[in-house]
Design a protein around this ligand. Structure first.
Ligand SMILES: Cc1cc2nc3c(=O)[nH]c(=O)nc-3n(C[C@H](O)[C@H](O)[C@H](O)COP(=O)(O)OP(=O)(O)OC[C@H]3O[C@@H](n4cnc5c(N)ncnc54)[C@H](O)[C@@H]3O)c2cc1C
Length: 312
C-alpha cells in the first residue's frame, strides 16, 4: 500500500541528514550537486567517496525506466556511492584549499535505464532534487583511491569516462594547490561534447599552466582527422607521451583510472592458479602493464595504476 503524506514526511525527518545547498544542471541529464550535512564533515582525501540516498517514496524523473510495481519497498532508502568532486576554483577564481569544510560536491549523470528489468533506483530520484531539498548522505567517507603515493616530481595521469572525472577534479585541485612540479595529464571520454561538464575549466587551466594538459574525447563526434577516439587510443598513438614531453616512465608516473570498467580493464584472477587474464576488450591496465606499469591491487600488492570502477 502506498505511503500517505504524513508517513512520507515522518520518513524524511527520520532518514535524511543533509541538505542540497547548490545544484547546477549542466544539461537535463548531468549535474553538479553540493550537499551540506547536518553534522560536521569528517576529514577526507580527494579521490574518496561517500553514499547519497533518497527514499523509494520520492518521485522519479519523467522519461526514465519505470520500476516494476511491487519490486521495491517504498519505505526504504535507495543508496549509492559517489566520488567527491570539485569545481577546482573557488569564488575568487583561485585554486581553493582541497578540503571541503561545510559541504561536499558531487558530479552525477542521470541513468535513464539499465540493461535489465530492474530500473535505476537512485539517479531518477536525485534528478528531481532542487536547492533546499533534504536527502541522505553517508557520514563515512572512504576509499583507497587517492594521491598518497604521488611524489612532487611524478607525472600524474588522470583518465576517466563521463562522471569518472569527479574524483580527478578534486585530485587536480589538491595537486595544483600543493604546487605539483611534475606533469599532470588528464583525459575524459564521453559520448557527446555537451557531457564534458568541466571542459572550459580544464581548457583554461591548460592554457595557463605549463605542466597541465587536458584531452577531451567524445565518441559521437569525430576528431579533426575524422576518427572516433577512445582513451586507449591516446596511449597507443603516443599522445600522452607527447604531452608528457617523453615516454611515460613507470618509475615516476602514477596513472589513475575512473569510470567505465571496460576502459579500465581489470584483469581477472584465476582462483586456482593465481594467474591474471585480461578482459577481451583491451583496457588501459593491459596497455600499461605491457609498458612496465603495474595495477595497484591493494595493501600487499601496490602498483602505479590505481583504479575506481563505477559499476561491474
Ligand atoms: C566508488 C564509486 C563512486 C561512484 N561515483 C560516481 C560519481 O561520482 N558520479 C556518478 O554519476 N556515478 C558514480 N558512481 C555510480 C553510482 O554509484 C550509481 O551506480 C549510479 O549513479 C547509478 O545509480 P542508479 O541507482 O540510478 O542506477 P543503478 O540501479 O545503480 O544502475 C546501475 C547501472 O547504471 C549504469 N551506470 C552507473 N553509474 C554510471 C555512470 N556514472 N555513468 C554511466 N552509467 C552508469 C551502469 O550500467 C550500471 O550497471 C560511483 C560508483 C562507485 C562504485
Amino acid at each position: 500500500m502506498a505511503l500517505n503524506p504524513e508517513e512520507v514526511s515522518g520518513l524524511r525527518t527520520q532518514r535524511y541528514n543533509a541538505t542540497v545547498c547548490k545544484l547546477v544542471k549542466i544539461h537535463s541529464d548531468l549535474m553538479i550537486l553540493r550537499v551540506k550535512p547536518d553534522l560536521p564533515l569528517k576529514t577526507h582525501k580527494p579521490g574518496q567517496y561517500t553514499l547519497l540516498g533518497l527514499g523509494n517514496w520520492e518521485p522519479r524523473f519523467p522519461g526514465t525506466q519505470d520500476e516494476i510495481p511491487g519490486s521495491v519497498e517504498e519505505s526504504k532508502l535507495a543508496r549509492r556511492s559517489y566520488s567527491i568532486s570539485s569545481s577546482v576554483l573557488d569564488e575568487n577564481n583561485e585554486v581553493g584549499e582541497p578540503q571541503h569544510k561545510e559541504w561536499l560536491e558531487f558530479y552525477i549523470v542521470l541513468v535513464r535505464k539499465t540493461n535489465s528489468d530492474k530500473a535505476p533506483a537512485l539517479t531518477p530520484r536525485l534528478f528531481m532534487l532542487r536547492e533546499g531539498d533534504r536527502l541522505f548522505m553517508g557520514e563515512k567517507i572512504t576509499g583507497a583511491y587517492n594521491l598518497d603515493k604521488v611524489k612532487p616530481e611524478d607525472t600524474v595521469v588522470l583518465l576517466s569516462t563521463g562522471t569518472g572525472e569527479a574524483p580527478h577534479n578534486y585530485m587536480l585541485q589538491q595537486l595544483l594547490f600543493q604546487g605539483h612540479k611534475g606533469m599532470i595529464i588528464a583525459a575524459c571520454c564521453v559520448r557527446q561534447k555537451m557531457d564534458l561538464g568541466f571542459l572550459d575549466l580544464h581548457q583554461s587551466l591548460a592554457k595557463k599552466l605549463g605542466n597541465y594538459h587536458y584531452f577531451p574525447l567524445s565518441t559521437r563526434d569525430l576528431d579533426e582527422s575524422g576518427r572516433k577516439r577512445y582513451i586507449q587510443d591516446l596511449l597507443k598513438d603516443g599522445d600522452i607521451d607527447k604531452a608528457n614531453g617523453e615516454p611515460l616512465n613507470p618509475e615516476k608516473t602514477h596513472v589513475f583510472l575512473c569510470g567505465n570498467p571496460a576502459m579500465i580493464g581489470v584483469p581477472n584472477k584465476d582462483r586456482e592458479t593465481g594467474e591474471y587474464t585480461y578482459p577481451p576488450i583491451e583496457g588501459i591496465i593491459e596497455i600499461l602493464e605491457k609498458r612496465g606499469f603495474r595495477a595497484d591491487r591493494g595493501h600487499q600488492d601496490s602498483g602505479n595504476i590505481h583504479f575506481e570502477e563505477y559499476w561491474s
